[in-house]
Design a protein around this ligand. Structure first.
Ligand SMILES: [Zn+2]
Length: 262
C-alpha cells in the first residue's frame, strides 16, 4: 500500500483512498482475508500519519453484495472504522448454488456462461442487475462500483446486447433507483487504456448527469503505476457530457470538486 501512496504523491494527488476487496465468507485469491482486516486498517493508519503533510489518505473497502447475509449493509462492514465503502457485484449464484465470478476475462466468461447457464446471456445479465438492485435497496455504501461491469463480457458474446430494448429498460430503472437513493457512482477507468471502455460505459454519462447522480473517478488499478490510468480521459469525457464537478474526499467530507482539464 505504501507503494500506491508514494505513486499518488508523485502523480500529484491531494487525497487518495485505498479500497481492497473486502473479505468474503470463503477464501479467494483476490480478496483480503478476514483475519488480515485489522492489520490492513492499522497499516493505512500508519500511512496516514507518515504522509500527513503530503497527502490525505482514506481507508475504504470494496464490498461484494453476495447475499442477504453478506453485503455492504452487514453489521460487520458497518462497524469497521472505514472512511468510505464501495458496493460491487462480482459474483452470481448458479441454479445449482455454485458461486461464479462474472468479472473475468471474456474467454472465461464465455466458458462459465455455457457451463453454468446453458449460454443464456439475457438470464445472466438480468440476474446481475437484479443483484445490484438488491444491493442498492439495502444500502450501506457510499459509491456504487463499476455499475455495468458485465456489459464488457456480455458484448464479447453479443456485440449488440446492450442496445436491446430489455437491456435499455433495465438500465433506465437501475439509474432511476440509484438517483433516488443519492448514491455516488464510480466512473471506473481500469479498462480504458487497454479497451477504450469506462464502467458505466460512456453512453450512460448523459443519464447520470440528467438524473443528478454524483460521480467519482476511480482507477481500480490493482498496480501502483496505474493509479492515474484513464483518469484524464474520464474527466474529459465527463466534461464533454456537461459535468462540471466530480466527488472527492477532502478533510473527511465528500465534496463536489470542479473538473480541471490539462
Ligand atoms: Zn470490483
Amino acid at each position: 500500500m505504501e507503494e500506491f501512496v508514494r505513486q499518488a504523491i508523485h502523480d500529484g494527488f491531494t487525497s487518495y483512498g485505498i479500497s481492497s476487496h473486502a473479505p468474503l465468507p470463503f477464501p479467494t485469491r483476490w480478496t483480503l482475508d478476514a483475519s488480515a482486516v485489522g492489520e490492513y486498517l492499522a497499516e493505512i493508519q500508519r500511512l496516514k500519519n507518515t504522509y500527513a503533510d503530503q497527502i490525505e489518505l482514506y481507508a475504504g473497502l470494496e464490498i461484494d453484495y453476495l447475499d442477504a447475509q453478506h453485503n455492504p449493509a452487514s453489521d460487520y462492514f458497518q462497524t469497521l472504522p472505514l472512511d468510505y465503502r464501495i458496493g460491487s457485484v462480482h459474483l452470481l449464484q448458479t441454479p445449482k448454488g455454485e458461486i461464479i465470478d462474472i468479472d473475468t476475462p471474456p474467454e472465461i466468461f464465455r466458458t462459465n456462461l455455457e457451463r453454468h447457464w446453458k449460454g443464456d446471456l439475457q438470464y445472466v445479465i438480468l440476474a446481475y442487475y437484479e443483484k445490484l438492485m438488491k444491493m442498492i435497496d439495502r444500502g450501506g455504501f457510499d459509491i456504487l462500483g463499476h455499475a455495468d461491469k458485465i456489459s464488457f463480457n456480455a458484448q464479447s458474446i453479443d456485440p449488440h446486447v446492450t442496445q436491446s430494448s430489455w437491456y435499455q429498460d433495465t438500465m433506465r430503472t437501475y439509474f432511476q433507483e440509484i438517483a433516488q437513493r443519492g448514491i455516488m457512482v464510480e466512473i471506473n477507468t481500469k479498462k480504458y487504456i487497454p479497451y477504450g471502455v469506462f464502467f458505466p460505459q460512456q453512453e450512460h454519462f448523459a443519464t447520470l448527469l440528467a438524473r443528478g447522480i454524483p460521480v467519482v473517478v476511480n482507477s481500480d488499478s490493482h498496480r501502483p503505476e496505474a493509479i492515474n490510468s484513464g483518469r484524464p480521459e474520464a474527466l474529459r469525457a465527463l466534461s464533454e457530457t456537461g459535468f462540471h464537478h466530480v466527488m472527492e474526499l477532502h478533510q473527511g467530507q465528500w465534496m463536489a470538486v470542479p473538473i480541471e482539464l490539462d
